[in-house]
Design a protein around this ligand. Structure first.
Ligand code: NAG
Ligand code: NAG
Ligand code: NAG
Ligand code: NAG
Ligand code: NAG
Length: 654
């Protein structure tokens, strides 16, 4: 069998530079510069914000050379031939968009009016291509098939300009642009057509993930297959590189080292590569990523019909927030429109690299799909000062409750009932807080990659919920809400006492307050659990770092869709605001409208109002502190806050 063995190393310094680094920027460097021949051990002094790593300077895109001292860009330039056009500083080989935009009365209002390529050799902008501001991608698509060479050149640069703002692209635009570039690249008669078409494809890859769900998959499939064929063409150019993709034909190339490609046998084989910076074009049904991770896709193609064996590898990029749980070596099946693992096997190199081998394939698009564990920053155990402070609060609360029960005869039923219930719910809350806030089941990452090569379901490895933390969260939510509900009832009680100053609290009040005080929190907890919790996905309801309600969305921003907001903060605000409003209103009435009220009755009322009011405020304050306590990582701040937190709570009842 005609067999050739290819070894693609994603991990070499060159690939680090071109593919692995700058994940943050979502772009890859544009040059496949050869490896520095001598790796000096003493660290180089990198200029222009280059970063030294293992004695090599990794330069920002706009600088190159061993110490990042050689400019890799075209400086800003203004053309005045037909119209005034200004282009900003741009990296070599990339297109610059003009500062000037299409006028507001045109179809493409606000779109860049022109683009210019930063020429690799002259290091200056080539002649600008100007956009007809009333042209749309629909029109270009209808014109492209019968177009003359001159027209095609014009249309390909127009398509490049029309797709240059990824945020403005609609799924329909992406489909159209894919069809246009497919038509252009299936027979690119000149290099500039190929360059602007590849730049267009690179821009399409920048469009957001969501847009690709409604793009015509057939058009995308045809485009990726055309790119495979293109990678084997001698002309127009052995190397087409744009920020999000690269097409490389190694036909007759001898300087193969450029892409760190080693062909063990048969050097004469014609090989072509297409590298995609992300997997937008390969929308899988079985693998559905949920973290913002990126997968690169490499397409390796041989000229003749021989089967190839492909090796490829990545070093897991060092990231403190994610660790790899498992991975799969896959290739794209055009029939199934999905990633499959047939013929691929995976191993791990001793240095921690992930190595894939795929056999018995004709041309194909290969990728490594990874499932990650999130490295949670589990909250630390509570400090002994916090624990003893809270223990003191608990003791104080119990004493208060007992005292209230013993002396209940002198005060009448309902205040006792209320205070006892407040004490009970707070006591239970503290006990839960001390013993249950830290997650008892911590998924500390241990490398346990399975030997099987199976497409993972998602880039986020999910653990089934094991229960205790969710239970603690629900109980904490319940008892804290109950504390506040009972506190509101206390306010209501004062209000009723005042209204019926002669007969005292109505007799229905104790009967109603029991179901309200314990029932309302139960309903809120029930709704929160019911609508967000799932055994396979407990983090919709709670957090993983400590046992409390989920509050952040996947971008780590506070979200009002999470139970923390609507299942806790909202009811709390409602209760605090309404009881504060009632109390303020009545304090005002007592002092102003009824100054003749007998002072002997006024004093206890005032006292009650004041104590209830201060209870509400203290509760609110201690909760805010408590929450800061939970989220802060600063040790000293935590300690101070936890002392204040417990002190506040001991002093507030009684
Ligand atoms: C990555 O990109 C950022 C932003 O453009 C740049 O500051 C940084 O130097 C780049 N890192 C490397 C290693 O090129
Ligand atoms: C611009 O395109 C429109 C059709 O979309 C065409 O009618 C018009 O003549 C073009 N203008 C120029 C200056 O080519
Ligand atoms: C993009 O698509 C929208 C409709 O989805 C269309 O109105 C608009 O003209 C298109 N843009 C271009 C440049 O063709
Ligand atoms: C008002 O208070 C005084 C004592 O300060 C008491 O003697 C008097 O009976 C009270 N009046 C009423 C109407 O309750
Ligand atoms: C090379 C490249 O695309 N660099 C970009 C990195 O991100 C910053 C900010 O988003 C851009 O200004 C750079 O142009």
């Amino acid at each position: 069998m005609d067999y050739s063995l290819l070894l693609l190393i994603f991990t070499s310094a060159v690939f680090e530079q071109t593919w692995c680094l700058n994940n943050s920027n979502n772009s890859i460097s544009t040059t496949f510069s050869p490896l520095p021949t001598t790796v000096t051990t003493q660290s180089l002094l990198c200029e222009n914000k280059g970063i030294t790593q293992n004695g090599i300077c990794f330069c920002p895109d706009d600088w190159t050379g061993t110490t990042c001292n050689i400019p890799n860009f075209c400086p800003e330039n203004t053309f005045t031939a037909t119209m005034k056009l200004t282009f900003p500083k741009t990296v070599l080989g990339q297109f610059a968009s003009s500062v000037e935009r299409c006028p507001s009365e045109t179809t493409n209002a606000g779109m860049h009016h022109a683009s210019a390529l930063c020429n690799l050799i002259t290091r200056l902008f080539s002649t600008p291509k100007i956009l007809n501001c009333s042209l749309t991608l629909d029109t270009i698509h209808t014109w492209i098939s019968g177009a003359t060479l001159k027209k095609k050149q014009d249309l390909s640069s127009s398509t490049q300009i029309l797709t240059s703002i990824p945020e403005r692209l609609t799924p329909h635009n992406i489909t159209n642009a894919a069809k246009i570039t497919q038509a252009l690249l299936s027979d690119p008669q000149t290099t500039d057509i190929a360059v602007s078409a590849v730049a267009t494809v690179s821009q399409l890859l920048s469009a957001s993930h969501e847009k690709y769900s409604s793009v015509d998959h057939e058009a995308i499939s045809q485009l990726t297959q055309t790119l495979q064929t293109l990678s084997l063409r001698e002309k127009p150019n052995p190397l087409l590189v744009q920020p999000n993709m690269a097409v490389q034909s190694l036909k007759g190339e001898t300087t193969i080292k450029k892409v760190q490609l080693t062909s063990y046998k048969d050097f004469s084989k014609d090989v072509g590569f297409v590298l995609y910076n992300n997997d937008q074009f390969f929308k899988s049904k079985s693998f559905r990523p949920s973290l913002d991770t990126k997968r690169r896709v490499i397409s390796a193609n041989l000229q003749d019909n021989s089967e190839i064996e492909v090796w490829f590898a990545v070093t897991s990029s060092a990231d403190s927030t994610l660790s790899i749980n498992d991975f799969a070596c896959v290739f794209w099946s055009y029939e199934k429109q999905d990633w499959i693992t047939d013929g691929c096997t995976k191993t791990e190199s001793p240095s921690g690299g992930l190595v894939c081998k795929c056999e018995r394939h004709k041309n194909g698009n290969f990728a490594i799909l990874m499932a990650y564990d999130i490295n949670y920053q589990y909250s630390e155990a509570l400090h002994w000062i916090s624990i003893s402070g809270c223990a003191m609060s608990v003791v104080g609360l119990c004493v208060t409750a007992l005292y209230q029960i013993i002396t209940r005869k002198s005060r009448g039923g309902s205040p006792t009932l209320l205070v006892v219930n407040i004490c009970i719910s707070m006591t239970v809350f503290y006990l839960l807080f001390i013993f249950g806030i830290n997650n008892p089941i911590q998924h500390v990452h241990v490398a346990k990659k399975s030997g099987q090569n199976i497409v993972p379901e998602s880039d986020h490895h999910k653990y089934q919920d094991e229960g205790p933390c969710t239970a603690f969260t629900a109980l904490l939510q319940y008892f804290l809400l109950a504390t506040f509900t009972w506190n509101s009832l206390y306010g209501l009680n004062v209000f009723l006492l005042f209204k019926n100053s002669v007969s005292g609290t109505p007799s229905w009040f104790p009967k109603v307050s029991m179901p309200v005080g314990w029932g309302v929190p139960a309903v809120i907890v029930g709704i929160s659990l019911g609508s967000t919790y799932h055994v396979d996905e407990p983090l919709g309801y709670r957090q993983e770092e400590f046992c409390w309600l989920a509050s952040m969305d996947h971008k780590q921003k506070f979200s009002i869709k999470k139970p923390m907001f609507w299942g806790f903060v909202l009811p709390l605000l409602f209760m605090l605001i309404s009881s504060t409003a009632i109390l303020l209103h009545f304090s005002y009435n007592i002092c102003r409208t009824n100054p003749n009220l007998n002072s002997t009755r006024r004093t206890p009322l005032k006292k009650k109002i004041l104590s209830s009011f201060s209870l509400a405020v203290m509760l609110g304050l201690s909760w805010v502190l408590g929450y800061i306590l939970l989220i802060t990582q600063e040790k000293n701040l935590r300690l101070i806050l936890s002392v204040v937190f417990c002190l506040l709570n001991t002093t507030q009842v009684g």
